[in-house]
Design a binder for this molecule. Structure first.
Ligand code: EPZ
Length: 420
C-alpha cells in the first residue's frame, strides 16, 4: 500500500492554489439528481470521494463526462434508485443521494452508511425530516427504503442538533416538494450556502440562506434546470496548509481561497502568534517567532471547525505552554493522539478533552493514518520531526486532499509517495 515518506526540518516557501471544496462538491453532485438535464460543475477537486460519488451516479444510470476539474453530469436517463452498499460503505456521504432521489423519483433504496472511525454518525435526523415531509421510511437489511408516491410536501423541520448532511438532504428534498419547508436550527456552513444558491439559481425561492432558519418554497415540479456551478474553495484544505506554515515557521501564500470561510482558524493561528496578509482571493501567513499554546473547542460554523482539530493539535505539540482541545461534535475524533505521541508528542486525553503538553522536538517514526483529517495532522508533524516519518494507510488522505504531497513539495517540503 502507498505511504508518504517525509524527511522533516525543511522550511516552506512560495505559493499554491487551493482546490475546490470536497464537502461542497459532494452535495452539489447529489443535487444534480434533481435535474433531468445536463449540469456543468467546475473547480471540482481531484479526490477519491468525488470520484466515488460520480461513479454512484453512473451506477444509477446517470452520465458523467469529466475533464480534469470540470464535469458535465446528466441524470436525465436515470434508471435505478438503489444506492448499493458497495459504494455507500466506501463513502458515507453517499447518503446525500437519499433526499434528491426520493424527491425526483418518489422512491429509493439507499444503503445505511454505517459508522466510521470518528464516530457512529447516525442519520436519524435525515430520516425524521423526510418523514415529516410525507416520506414512508423503512429500514431493512441494512438499507433505508423511502417512498413518497404522491411526492413530498412542505413541513416545519426543527433539528435537535445542527447537522450538515441532514440540512443538505432536507434542502434538496424540499426543492421539489409541494409547499413550503422551514428548517429551524439549520447548519450554516459555506457548503450549505453554495447548495442553496445552486437550487435558488434553478428558480426555487429560498429565504434565510446562510442563517439557522432556511425557508424553501418547494416547486412541486418533477425536476429542475441548473445553471453552471463553480465549487467554492476548500476551507479545510486551506486551513491545513496554514497549519503547515505555522508548524514549520514558514511564510507561504495560498491562492484561490476565501479567507472569510476560515476566519476561525485564522483567529486561532493569530492567537498562537502568526500574522496574516489577506487579499480578495489569497492569504499570506507569516510565522510566529515562538508559537504560543491554543485553547480550542470545536463547534459548528462559523465556530472553530472539528475538521481542523487534528491539524491544530499537531501544531500545538511544539507550542509554548499547554493547549486544551475539546472535541464536541464527534465521539471518537482523537485517534491521531496516539500516533502523534509515537512521534514524541506529549498529549493526554480526559474524555473529549486533549491536553497537549509542549515538547522541544518530535522524532520521525512509522505512523498510521486512521481517518482523513488525522492523516493530514500526521503529515504536518512529519514536516518538523527529526529524521524520517512514514505515514501509512494514506488512502484516508486521498479521499479528501487533492495532491497533498505535490503541493507540499512545491512549497519545499521533502515528501514522497512510496509504494510499500
Ligand atoms: C459533515 O459531516 C462533513 N462531511 C464532515 O467532514 C464534518 O466533520 C461534519 O459535517 C461536521 O462539520 C461532509 O460534509 C461530507 P453532521 P456530516 O451531520 O454531515 C450527529 C471531513 O473530514 N448526527 O453535521 O455527517 C453526528 O453524529 C468530514 O471532511 C446525528 O446524531 O456531519 C455528529 O455528531 C468528516 N444524527 C453531529 O451530528 C444525524 O441524523 C454532526 O454531524 C446526523 C448527524
Amino acid at each position: 500500500m502507498d505511504y508518504l515518506q517525509i524527511i522533516g526540518g525543511t522550511k516552506l516557501s512560495g505559493s499554491i492554489n487551493i482546490s475546490g471544496a470536497k464537502n461542497s462538491a459532494l452535495p452539489v453532485i447529489a443535487a444534480t439528481i434533481l435535474s433531468d438535464k445536463p449540469v456543468t460543475l467546475t473547480n471540482l477537486p481531484n479526490v477519491v470521494d468525488i470520484r466515488t460519488l460520480l461513479k454512484l451516479l453512473t451506477m444509477l444510470g446517470g452520465s458523467v463526462e469529466q475533464n480534469d476539474t470540470v464535469a458535465v453530469v446528466n441524470n436525465g436517463f436515470m434508471n435505478s434508485t438503489k444506492a448499493v452498499y458497495e459504494i455507500v460503505s466506501q463513502m458515507r456521504a453517499s447518503i446525500l443521494v437519499l433526499g434528491p432521489l426520493l424527491a425526483r423519483f418518489g422512491e429509493c433504496e439507499v444503503s445505511l452508511p454505517g459508522g466510521c472511525a470518528i464516530g457512529q454518525r447516525p442519520i436519524d435526523m435525515h430520516l425524521k425530516a423526510l418523514e415529516a415531509m410525507g416520506a414512508k421510511i423503512e429500514i431493512k437489511g441494512g438499507y433505508v427504503r423511502a417512498e413518497a408516491p404522491n411526492g413530498l410536501h412542505g413541513a416545519k423541520i426543527v433539528f435537535d442538533k445542527i447537522t450538515v448532511g441532514g440540512t443538505e438532504n432536507t434542502i434538496m428534498a424540499a426543492a421539489l416538494a409541494h409547499g413550503v419547508t422551514t428548517i429551524v436550527n439549520a447548519a450554516k456552513e459555506p457548503e450549505i450556502v453554495q447548495l442553496c444558491e445552486m437550487i435558488a439559481g434553478a428558480g426555487v425561492e429560498i429565504e434565510g440562506i446562510g442563517s439557522s432558519k432556511i425557508v424553501i418554497h418547494g416547486t412541486g415540479q418533477k425536476s429542475l434546470t441548473f445553471k453552471e456551478v463553480e465549487i467554492i474553495p476548500d476551507r479545510i484544505e486551506a486551513g491545513t496548509y496554514l497549519c503547515a506554515a505555522a508548524i514549520t515557521q514558514s511564510m507561504i501564500t495560498l491562492n484561490k481561497v476565501n479567507a472569510e470561510h476560515i476566519q476561525a482558524s485564522i483567529d486561532k493561528l493569530e492567537a498562537m502568534g502568526c500574522s496574516f496578509e489577506i487579499e480578495e482571493t489569497s492569504i499570506t501567513i507569516k510565522p510566529a517567532q515562538k508559537l504560543k499554546f491554543v485553547d480550542l473547542i470545536t463547534t459548528e460554523y462559523p465556530g472553530f471547525p472539528t475538521d481542523m482539530q487534528a491539524q491544530f493539535m499537531a501544531v500545538a505539540t511544539i507550542a509554548e505552554g499547554e493547549s486544551l482541545i475539546e472535541e464536541r461534535l464527534f465521539e471518537n475524533r482523537f485517534m491521531h493522539v496516539s500516533e502523534l505521541n509515537r512521534l514524541g508528542a506529549d498529549i493526554w486525553l480526559k474524555g473529549n478533552i486533549a491536553a497537549v503538553r509542549p515538547v522541544k522536538t518530535l522524532y520521525g517514526a512509522d505512523v498510521m493514518a486512521t481517518d482523513l483529517r488525522a492523516s493530514s495532522a500526521l503529515v504536518l508533524a512529519g514536516l518538523i520531526a527529526n529524521g524520517v516519518t512514514n505515514v501509512h494507510r494514506i488512502y484516508h488522505l486521498d479521499r479528501g486532499y487533492d495532491n497533498l504531497e505535490g503541493k507540499l513539495s512545491a512549497l519545499g517540503a521533502n515528501i514522497t509517495r512510496l509504494h510499500g
